[in-house]
Design a protein around this ligand. Structure first.
Ligand SMILES: Nc1ncnc2c1ncn2[C@@H]1O[C@H](COP(=O)(O)OP(=O)(O)O)[C@@H](O)[C@H]1O
Ligand SMILES: [Mg+2]
Length: 268
């Protein structure tokens, strides 16, 4: 894959989604998605449950490959390369495009080893202590754990565990970080800490965050994509992109009536 992030300008597109359709077996889960994710920005995905937000996120790091019934049509380009081209290694894709899930899921290992695990597997040759420290600092967790790096990651609070998972994602030096409702299992203070962290992360990474929290989307994101679901004659519920724009436009002056209703809490 194209690797040198520094050679491209700061506001270009990192992921192009062109006419994407996603099926699970015969069920059309997402249709006709055209969407460009800007580099070094935070993009929020919002929309009612079942509209395909997680599905689209998983398309971006080829995690859907693990679902047997999954099939997609259309194209996704990552740094100009077709993500689904036959020669592309999904494991390498997942290193470059990391993911953080709704429930913090540290490995049952020490805090240190949670971070070191990925780099070790990737054959990292640099100073591991330094990488662990840097990753934990970038995830705003270092000060809280620097004296207990050998303790289990599972001994941390929920919010700390989620920042540990973010540090773990960062440690393999990704380009894009996908976050699927990363705060929905956390208390308000932990949530704010993660939001501040996301704000800092975009200096170095591209972030896509799925959230059900409208305040969160308006606080953390630069761009917002609103998805909705449409029920077909056969009763299937297919997701589609309604509107994608700067976050302030989506929240203050959306072009579509459905967007206006959703962001003002009328449905969802
Ligand atoms: N592994 C799967 N197998 C079959 N259907 C799935 C699978 N994952 C999601 N779906 C379906 O695809 C649609 C979109 O789901 P999802 O991407 O989870 O939506 P969201 O994250 O917006 O709530 C839903 O109808 C859901 O039931
Ligand atoms: Mg979801």
């Amino acid at each position: 894959m194209a690797t040198d992030v520094n050679t491209v300008n700061q506001t270009d597109t990192v992921i192009h989604t062109e006419g994407l359709k996603v099926y699970y077996g015969n069920f059309l889960a997402l249709r006709d998605i055209w969407l460009e994710i800007p580099r070094n920005r935070v993009t929020a995905f919002i929309g009612p449950s079942g509209c395909g937000k997680s599905t689209l996120l998983r398309c971006y790091n080829r995690l859907n490959d693990l679902i047997e019934s999954f099939r997609c049509e259309g194209k996704i380009f990552y740094n100009g390369e077709n993500l689904y081209a036959p020669h592309v290694d999904p494991v390498e894709v997942r290193r470059r495009i990391g993911m953080v899930f709704q429930r913090p899921n540290p490995f049952p290992k020490s805090i240190y080893d949670n971070i070191a695990f990925g780099p070790r597997i990737n054959g990292y040759k640099g100073d591991m202590d330094e990488l662990v420290e840097r990753s934990l600092k970038q995830a705003a967790l270092w000060d809280e754990v620097k004296d207990k790096l050998r303790q289990s990651g599972l001994s941390l609070s929920g919010g700390q565990q989620q920042r540990l998972c973010i540090a773990r994602a960062i440690a393999v030096q990704p380009d894009v970080i996908l976050m699927d409702e990363p705060c929905s299992a956390l208390d308000p203070i932990s949530t704010l800490q993660i939001e501040e962290l996301i704000h800092d992360l975009k200096q170095q990474f591209t972030v896509i965050i799925v959230t059900h929290n409208m305040q969160q989307a308006s606080r953390v994101s630069d761009m917002t994509a609103f998805f909705n679901v449409q029920t077909s004659e056969k009763g299937g519920r297919t997701g589609y992109l309604v509107e994608f724009d700067r976050t302030e436009v989506i929240f203050q002056n959306p072009q579509q009536e459905a967007t206006k209703e959703y962001v003002s809490g009328k449905f969802g």
